[in-house]
Ligand binder design. Structure first.
Ligand code: EPU
Length: 302
């Protein structure tokens, strides 16, 4: 979608929003898949309610993009503009055991920065790509921990009420790869409360998680992490593997031969290739195990 109306373009500039015309989302997602649209980079949290009102009054549909690491976007010209936060510098401020983090902050860098200041707990998230806002919205987790356990407070734009609100951690429910935020809520900032731990000890935990991840996941390849959620008491990766489906491909979309719940883009895969592969695997798993796998990856279908 292209924003060409001059009045609208100058109103965006007044709100401190940077308009990047015709951006390929393939370049902004870890899967390297996605069509083109205009990208709005938002530098000031305070301008978000006005920005959303402006888009609504001009009937411009929008989507919020975090780090693009758990996302599969349609091909071609996209029918919505994409909003992305541009984080402040610094994007993490520490205060005792509290870490005040902007939603646009890189997750891995945040974990390392806190570790260097003897704040632990998030070792399992090292190696998970994306932003802190994205991790929060999905309640990202690995190796027995989840980010939701450390949330003290969240600043969020609530689309339904069109207001910026601050919620306490206990007002939000954090479940397995799911939170009580509405789909169109936009994470702005979070305060995490982290346990004190000596850096050396945290580093040891980080090394162990890194090693486990390196040995079981296709880290150097373009992927969106796990495609499906694990059904209760089972592993989607193992189920797909046991069906002998590693290496199965549609175009350049392929089931990783390292971890069967990672689907990789080996070249120029399209969203259509990837979605066909996903549908195909879902069908085979349902036939074999009578289990309907749920997407873990977020799909933006145009
Ligand atoms: N397994 C296989 N074949 C495979 C993959 C896994 O046999 O191709 C077996 C493993 O050997 C292991 C079991 O299945 O015995 C579980 O595998 P793994 O430890 O890799 O964990 P997972 O359940 O497949 C989950 C998360 C990952 C997270 C890891 C580590 C989901 C959907 N996946 O994977 O998260 O990194 O645990 O904690 O919850 C993600 O969220 O995108 C993601 C990758």
């Amino acid at each position: 979608m292209r924003l060409t109306d001059r009045k609208l373009v100058s109103a965006l500039a007044e709100l401190g929003v940077e308009l990047q015309a015709s951006v390929s989302l393939a370049g902004l997602t870890s899967l390297g898949i996605g069509g083109t649209t205009d990208l709005l980079r938002v530098t000031r949290h305070e301008s978000i309610p006005d920005l959303l009102r402006l888009l609504d009054s001009n009937s411009i549909p929008h989507r919020f993009l975090g780090g693009g690491s758990n996302l599969l976007v349609s091909d071609g010209e996209l029918p919505w503009v994409v909003l992305q936060l541009a984080g402040p510098d610094p994007d993490v401020i520490l205060e005792g055991n509290l870490a005040h983090v902007d939603a646009a902050a890189d997750l891995g860098r945040t974990v390392t920065y806190c570790a260097k200041h003897d704040l632990g707990g998030m070792e399992g998230l090292i190696g998970v790509p994306g932003t802190v806002g994205g991790a929060l919205r999905m309640n990202a987790g690995a190796y027995g921990m989840q980010i939701g356990s450390y949330v003290r407070e969240v600043k969020v734009y609530r689309a339904a009420a069109r207001t910026v609100e601050t919620l306490r951690g206990d007002q939000i429910s954090f479940e397995y790869r799911h939170t009580s935020f509405a789909p169109d809520d936009m994470m702005l900032a979070v305060t995490l409360e982290l346990p004190s731990k000596p850096y050396k000890e945290i580093l040891q935990g980080i090394r162990i998680c890194n090693e486990k991840r390196r040995s079981s996941q296709p880290l150097g390849q373009k992927s969106a992490g796990c495609i499906f959620k694990n059904p209760p008491g089972a592993s989607a990766g193992r189920m797909i593997d046991d069906l002998g489906l590693k290496g199965l491909s549609v175009g350049d979309a392929q089931i990783s031969d390292r971890h069967a719940n990672f689907f990789v883009n080996t070249g120029r895969a399209s969203a259509r290739d990837m979605l066909t592969l996903i549908a195909n695997v879902r069908e085979r798993v349902e036939k074999a195990y009578d289990v309907k796998l749920e997407h873990e990856v977020v799909v933006w279908n145009a």
